[in-house]
Design a binder for this molecule. Structure first.
Ligand SMILES: Cc1cc2nc3c(=O)[nH]c(=O)nc-3n(C[C@H](O)[C@H](O)[C@H](O)COP(=O)(O)OP(=O)(O)OC[C@H]3O[C@@H](n4cnc5c(N)ncnc54)[C@H](O)[C@@H]3O)c2cc1C
Length: 389
């Protein structure tokens, strides 16, 4: 079998791998780029793919706009109401306070894939025929060795907590997230609710289907979540109503229930030689703060910038040092954003599920402080919208 030579190999065509491929191709149209994915290049497999609603920040929107990959099916969040069930302490964040058009946007995971795939095809179609060095390859059989020589390997294989074939640092929160779509009687448009219950956060988020259909992310113990997954629709809706209360009227229907184990799994070193890990392949987070994909997109964008600079500056031979030095600099530059986002998410996941009385009182005070001390609220919202630079 003959060996193929590439500049950059991206392993994994999830949102982070696709975005990285698109930015690399946009910034380095002459590069020999290979994207290896478990899904074929046509979108057929994605019709039944994961449909969870993902909160993307304004920062992610700005990044995706640079490649025309902002999905059209999207719901904007104008207000977020945060509270704890049965305890004092609540906060309301509004777009007006923060001077933004929206606090975030809810998009289905599948739709993010589709928009990125369309953007990648468009960038490829715009390249001159002599620049057709980009290959999008479907890996049907992962046991078959690939005869590929590449200068840089980007790992974007992602994956979910407890489903990854690597475990490094982190923790198991002993929680699962049950997600789905719910139909409600009357909800204010563009509003999101995050309610901290005794078992974990319960988020109700807008959806692009309109004001009566909302996204649900209900975190609880694995046992309770498993039971909820199999409840009849009416028993499930009763249980949800008891936990959430009546502030958006009655819950009428539920569909597309899915369960995910929740934990933190992250690599201390995201670069080894000419290999680099981005997105969930570098860090897998609890969804409490809605940060995993936002952080992964920042990884992908900054990596593409790094690669563009180093490949444009020099002819790099396999295993050459300029590339490795540039990747080490990339790893250093990602340290603050990664640590802050991992730390904030881990803190929220632990603090908001603790039953210890001092912590319960402390988080009520923290939510009140958030409400009454606008600078703290703004700083937290900025971290969640743009990350730490
Ligand atoms: C319940 C839940 C809610 C969430 N909510 C939010 C949110 O509100 N906001 C947010 O920012 N994040 C959220 N996240 C996190 C977000 O889903 C992930 O951070 C994001 O999907 C990571 O993207 P990725 O491309 O790195 O990995 P993935 O999405 O896992 O994609 C990896 C891709 O690589 C492919 N692949 C894997 N192995 C191979 C291989 N060996 N060869 C070829 N291809 C391979 C897979 O088929 C897949 O397509 C949530 C997660 C969960 C579980």
């Amino acid at each position: 079998m003959s060996t193929s030579n590439y500049d950059i190999l991206i392993h994994g065509g999830g949102p982070v791998g696709l975005a990285c491929a698109a930015w690399c191709l946009q910034k380095l149209p002459d590069a020999k780029l290979l994207l290896l994915d478990r899904n074929p290049e046509n979108d057929v497999d994605l019709q039944s793919a994961d449909s969870r609603g993902i909160a993307l920040s304004h920062g992610s929107k700005l990044l995706l706009d640079t490649i025309g990959a902002w999905p059209k099916d999207c719901a904007d969040i104008h207000r977020v109401h945060v509270s704890q069930a049965g305890r004092f302490g609540r906060a309301l964040m509004t777009r007006e306070e923060l001077g933004q058009d929206a606090l975030g946007h809810i998009i289905r995971y599948r739709d993010i894939h589709l928009a990125l795939r369309a953007a990648l095809r468009k960038i490829r179609a715009g390249l001159a025929p002599s620049n057709s060095h980009f290959l999008w390859m479907h890996v049907a059989d992962e046991t078959q060795p690939l005869n590929i020589n590449t200068k840089c390997i980007v790992h974007a294989e992602g994956g979910l907590f407890q489903k990854q074939d690597w475990v490094e640092s982190g923790r198991d929160y002993g929680q699962s997230a049950l997600v789905g779509l719910i139909e409600v009687e009357s909800a204010p448009t563009h509003q999101a609710w995050e309610r901290f219950t005794a078992e974990g956060p319960l988020a109700i988020l807008p959806s692009h289907y309109g004001e009566h259909i909302l996204n649900l992310v209900w975190c609880g113990s694995p046992e309770a979540s498993q039971k909820r997954l199999h409840l009849s629709d009416s028993d499930f809706l009763d249980a949800l109503q008891r936990e959430f209360g009546s502030r958006i009227g009655r819950f009428l229907k539920v569909q597309d229930r899915r369960l995910y184990a929740l934990g933190l799994n992250y690599r201390k070193d995201i670069v080894k030689g000419n290999e680099v890990w981005i997105g969930n392949a570098a860090q897998t987070l609890h969804p409490v703060a809605g940060q995993g994909l936002n952080l992964g997109l920042r990884d992908a964008y900054l990596l593409a910038e790094t690669l563009a600079m180093v490949f444009a500056a020099a002819q790099i031979g396999a295993n050459s040092n300029p590339l490795e030095a540039a990747l080490q600099n990339y790893a250093k530059s990602r340290k603050v954003d990664r640590s802050a986002t991992i730390g904030l998410t881990d803190f929220m996941a632990r603090v908001f599920t603790s039953h210890l009385l001092p912590i319960v009182i402390g988080r009520g005070l923290a939510l009140s402080a958030l409400q009454w001390l606008p600078p703290i609220k703004t700083a937290l919202a900025r971290q969640m919208m743009f990350g730490r630079r």
